[in-house]
Structures are given as C-alpha cells and as structure tokens.
Design a protein around this ligand. Structure first.
Ligand code: GDP
Ligand code: MN
Length: 396
C-alpha cells in the first residue's frame, strides 16, 4: 500500500525527520484556509498523486508541472486551481495519467544542493538497505545506469539495527560535516525507525536538500508499506486512498481475492498463487498473454468465483477466460456448478475454457459438459496444456 506525500510527511514529522510544514486541500474552499498558515511570499504547490515525476509532468488541460514554486499566495491559489480535479501525466503514471484530488501547500525552502536517500528491502540478503546519492532531484534510475559509482548502499543487520558507524559512513559519502553531520544522523535514525516500526517496503526522499542556511530537510516523501503487515497498523490502513487504486483490485480485495490487472487478453481464474503463476506461464508458452493474475484462494466459495467473474469481465481487454482449479479441499463438482451459474448469471459470450483436477473432478467435468449443450462459450480442458492451447486459439 502507498500513501500520499502529505501523509508521508506527517509520518516523517512523527519520527523526527525534518520536513517542511505543509497543509493539504481537497476542495477549492480549503485553499484559503490552507494558505492562511503562510506569510505572504513564496509557497510550493504540489499535486498529490501516488506517482513520482510530478515536477516534470503535464496536465491533460495543457498546464505544465505538477509541482509549482509560487512567488505569491495569489499565484499559489491559481496553481492549485489549475491542478485540482485535473489529470496529471508523468513518466510514472502512464499515458492515462492520474486525477489530482488533493493539492498540498508546502513551505518553500531555498535549496543549496539536492540529494537522494531511500531505505528498501534487499530481498537477496533479507536486510534493509539504505541507498544514498549526491545526485538527488533527478531520476535515480538514470544515475544508477550512467554513474553507478555515485550511489552508496549500506545494508543493516535487522537484529542489530542501524549502527552509528553506518550513519557516519553514509554522511561522509554524501559529504556532510559539522552540524550537517549531526542533522543527518538524526534524520537517518528517524527514517530507519519509521521503516522498521511501520513495516515499510520503502521510504524514499528525493530530493533530500540542504538549504542556504544549512538545514537538512526532506522536500519530497514517498512511503510504501508491506500489505502483509497492514493488520498490525490500523492507523496506516486509515491512510489508504482508494482513488489511487485500480477499482478492479479494490473490488477483488473485498472478496479476499488476490487480483492484479495485467495488459494481456486472456483472463485467468485460478486457486493458489503457485498454480496462478504457472497458468500465466503456460498461456505465454502457447502464444497468449494473461490479462490478470487472479488467485481465488484455497477454499474458494461460489460467491468468490462469481465475484471473480464479474471483475474479470469488467476488463474490456479480455477476449477469453481460462479457469484452472485444483480441487484439494474443494469439491470440483461444486466449483463446476458455481462456474455454470456464473456463466448463466452474467450471460457470458466470451470463450471460457475450464480445467478441473482433483477432488470429484470427474463429476465436475460431467456438470460442465452437460451445461455446454446450451452454453456454446463453455469448453472443458483435459489438462493444463490442453486448456491453455484451447483458450489461446479461441481468444485469438
Ligand atoms: P516529484 O517530481 O514528483 O518527485 O516531486 P518533488 O516533490 O520531488 O518536486 C520536484 C522538484 O521541485 C524538486 O526536485 C525540487 O527541485 C522542487 N522543489 C520542491 N520543493 C521545493 C522548495 O521548497 N523550494 C524550491 N526552490 N524547490 C522545490
Ligand atoms: Mn521527488
């Protein structure tokens, strides 16, 4: 799960990570309320979407830049009006862009230099890794590709936590001395505590900036959380913004379905993550492209299967459906009846290939074959390969 910059900055403040003081607004009536917190002068106006590259982004109405350093409050108000309710396209949003539903008014800083600082999980060593660079502000992917020597990485032993010598190692790599060294020590300690205590999958500050009066401050904030640990953090779940998520994925999560939209044309409905992965592989193997990953869970109910069908069918790219179910706990005949009911209920016209294996599979196949008499879109598959070949051909 991801959160907005303004929410991330509130967490930063809680953990002692220096950040400008800002105020969000969700409707135009809140603009003046937010701006009343600032003295007359420069205010930074920032579009709040769950994607980076906002500074260099363009609105579909032609307005340039999702981040504006406004010279006066009146300019800030005008910038916020141009942003709110409009669609911002950045390198990370894809061509469809994202509708800005919140703008953030932030205290301006006089920047001396911009740095990059992040904490991620290094899956290879199963340790948090701190990534830092003197080349901040710009795309870190470009720095990694062109000048990898300008990126330092420090891995933290989770049992020991962040050590003082590691803080110094990072600070020296970034060239911080004297009071900045002290400020950096406090900032990185706070950032690591946040990453650790809130079960983050990543925290990123780009840019981390030094100001003309030598303060170290997080000008941007990106925080993502490990979904599997969210049950421990109701206060984080409360920050979830469903506007920023794929509506199909939101609907799926209501039924406990693990659904991830992809860009192919063959929808998959599978039980078990491993089987779902191999189903996607075999579709690819026979020349097709999966439209989604969908794991209905080990003990999928009739209701879950029916909800899964509706979610799949709301994707306009879908040209065919492959159901691949292994009946371990479940009875394949019950699944077959559920599928037939869902096909009738939704009036499915698209080709549907069903492969059932395991508990009571023979009766399940009989149910499918009997229904296929008046449901021509329904075809049964004898094996995974047979089913995959059939759906690739029918969906072509
Ligand atoms: P992103 O483009 O989505 O990563 O948005 P950022 O929050 O990083 O903002 C983009 C750029 O705006 C930053 O790299 C800064 O150069 C600039 N910026 C952000 N806040 C301030 C500020 O307070 N003062 C000044 N002068 N520039 C700022
Ligand atoms: Mn940024």
């Amino acid at each position: 799960m991801n959160i907005h910059e303004y929410q991330a900055k509130e967490l930063f403040a809680e953990y002692g990570v220096a950040t400008p003081k800002g105020f969000p607004a969700k409707i135009p009536a809140e603009f003046d309320v937010a701006l009343a917190n600032f003295p007359e002068g420069v205010v930074v106006v920032k579009s709040q979407i769950h994607a980076g590259g906002r500074g260099k982004g363009t609105f579909t109405n032609g307005y340039q830049g999702g981040v504006k350093v406004a010279k006066t409050k009146a300019d800030a108000r005008a910038a916020a009006e141009a942003m709110l309710g409009n669609t911002l396209v950045t390198k990370q949003t894809g061509p469809a862009g994202r509708k800005v539903q919140t703008v953030y008014f932030d205290t301006a800083s006089a920047i001396k230099k911009e740095y990059y600082l992040a904490i991620l999980l290094d899956r290879a060593t199963a340790q948090p890794v701190i990534v830092a660079s003197t080349e901040g502000g710009m795309s870190i992917e470009e720095v990694a590709a062109n000048t990898p020597e300008k990126i330092v990485k420090v891995r933290v032993d989770p049992a020991l936590g962040l050590q003082d010598y590691q803080k110094r190692q990072l600070a020296f790599a970034l060239g911080f001395k004297g009071d900045l060294l002290k400020q950096f020590g406090k900032l990185i300690a706070g950032l690591y505590n946040l990453f650790w205590e809130k079960d983050c999958s990543m925290v990123e500050i780009n840019p981390l900036a030094t100001t003309n009066d030598d303060h170290l401050i997080a000008l941007d904030a990106k925080v993502g959380f490990d979904d599997n640990a969210l049950f421990r953090h109701p206060e984080i779940v409360a920050l979830r913004d469903l506007n920023e998520e794929d509506p199909k994925e939101v609907e799926a999560s209501k039924f406990g379905l693990n659904y991830i939209a992809l860009d192919g044309s063959i929808a998959c409905l599978v039980n078990g993550a491993g089987l779902a992965m191999s189903t996607m592989d075999i579709i690819k193997h026979f020349g097709g492209n999966p439209a989604n990953f969908l794991d209905v869970g080990g003990g999928a109910s009739k209701e879950a299967v029916s909800a899964a069908f509706k979610i799949i069918l709301s994707d306009k790219n879908v040209k065919g459906i492959l159901v691949n179910i292994f009946g371990g706990i479940m009875d394949c005949d019950v699944i077959a009846q559920g599928i037939v009911a869902a096909v009738r209920e939704t009036g499915l016209q698209l080709p549907l290939v069903v492969r059932l294996e395991g508990n009571n599979a023979a009766n399940g196949k009989k149910t499918l074959d009997a229904a296929a008499a008046d449901l021509p879109s329904l075809v049964s598959g004898d094996s995974m390969a047979d089913a995959a070949q059939k759906i690739v051909k029918l969906a072509a």
